[in-house]
Design a protein around this ligand. Structure first.
Ligand code: AMP
Ligand code: MG
Length: 351
């Protein structure tokens, strides 16, 4: 299949191009598009064939459900059964934005889209290209991240081209994504809302709106996650992994640099190419084949924005082993570390 790549300026949306993309979706095709979190791989959420195609294009296990993207709250009742008051308050506070809610699904949503579950994940993205595309499609776009299953999520159109060119109908290049981590997922089918995936909308922000919030044990159990029955099926799969082996090194900053340098020297002595993930402040402390700074420790948004791109960059560099600093930043550190720990297969070394 030939994949069309088109460029759409988010500040000056080409209505004719969006309408062509919407037509592809309505006729059962797949279009990758930018959102404020990461690039999504979109299909018609109400068409089981489209969802099957999404799984096939990504090589994604079919029990890992998709998120349905809407652009208008009026479209919510058709795909859900009931909308708890608390969910309404959160929608008011966070939509459009990087928040996904798990709700009971209506019969309009085929089981192919929800991995066979009787719940549906719904998000209303704020990216203008995403919003325009959803409207052009007619209201409901199922979209997981637009990467091959297991690889870091795409934050640039070039990442999508790398992974999905030849497998989908169209890729819309709308520039780099702003947040760089996938949406926060909150489950509203329990008595107390449960965070299934941390993201830019932090636990504190959720508690401000909702009061009590629980965190799914699967998020924190780390290497034991397989033993906890995951609520979100996707939580059990390996994610975001670069081709190299990745280790997180934790401890006092000076100790971390010393430990990473000695590990990197030992790996280099075995003939392996080494990489380091550092911050702007500490990048100069390292000796390795490739050292990338994800951002300043003073700017956690920059760290989030660059993380997946840096993980992909190591693949291009042909690095064999990567050592990363830890990034437990105040507000979205939980989300950053969730992705980094998964990418590392939860391998953590204490300096
Ligand atoms: P991705 O779009 O790649 O970020 O993946 C979507 C994530 O949403 C996966 O981790 C899913 O497990 C999760 N998800 C989607 N639908 C549901 C649902 N009905 N219940 C729980 N988690 C869901
Ligand atoms: Mg994904």
């Amino acid at each position: 299949m030939e994949t069309q790549v088109i460029r759409i300026d988010p500040d000056d949306i080409d209505a004719a191009a969006i309408s062509r993309a919407g037509e592809i979706l309505r006729s059962g095709g797949l279009v990758a598009f930018p959102t404020e979190t990461v690039y999504g791989l979109g299909g018609d959420a109400l068409n089981p064939d489209s969802s099957r195609k999404i799984y096939a294009a990504k090589g994604r296990p079919s029990d890992n459900p998709l998120i349905v993207h809407i652009a208008d709250l009026e479209h919510l009742p058709a795909i859900t059964r009931g909308f708890p008051t608390a969910a309404g308050r959160l929608a008011e506070a966070c939509w459009p934005g990087p928040l996904t809610m798990i709700l009971k699904k209506s019969d309009a949503v085929p089981p192919e889209t929800t991995g066979g579950l009787d719940t549906v994940a719904v998000r209303m993205p704020s990216h203008p290209v995403a919003a325009a595309l959803i409207a052009a499609e007619g209201g409901y776009i199922a979209a997981p991240s637009a990467n091959v299953s297991g690889r870091p999520s795409p934050t640039k159109a070039s990442h999508v081209i790398e992974d999905l060119s030849g497998r989908i109908d169209m890729i819309i290049d709308g520039g780099d994504t702003d947040i760089g981590l996938e949406s926060t997922i909150v489950d509203f089918t329990e008595d107390i809302p449960v965070i299934l995936r941390p993201g830019y909308i932090s636990r504190r922000m959720l508690e401000d709106v909702l009061g009590a919030v629980r965190v799914d044990p699967g998020i924190r159990e780390g290497a034991d996650a397989e033993r906890v029955r995951p609520k979100a099926p996707g939580m059990k799969y390996r994610h975001y992994a670069p081709r190299a082996e990745l280790f997180i090194v934790e401890g006092a900053p000076g100790d971390v640099a010393a430990k990473i340098n000695s590990l990197a020297a030992a790996a280099a002595a075995e003939g392996r190419r080494t990489g380091v993930i550092a911050s702007e402040e500490t990048r100069g402390n390292y000796a390795a084949d490739t050292v990338y700074a994800v951002g300043s420790r003073e700017d956690e948004l920059a760290i989030a924005r660059h993380l997946f791109g840096v993980l992909r960059q190591f693949d291009d560099d042909g690095v064999d082993v990567i050592y990363s600093e830890s990034f437990n930043t105040p507000e979205i550190g939980a989300a950053i570390m969730n992705r980094l720990l998964k990418a590392a297969g939860h391998r953590v070394i204490t300096a």
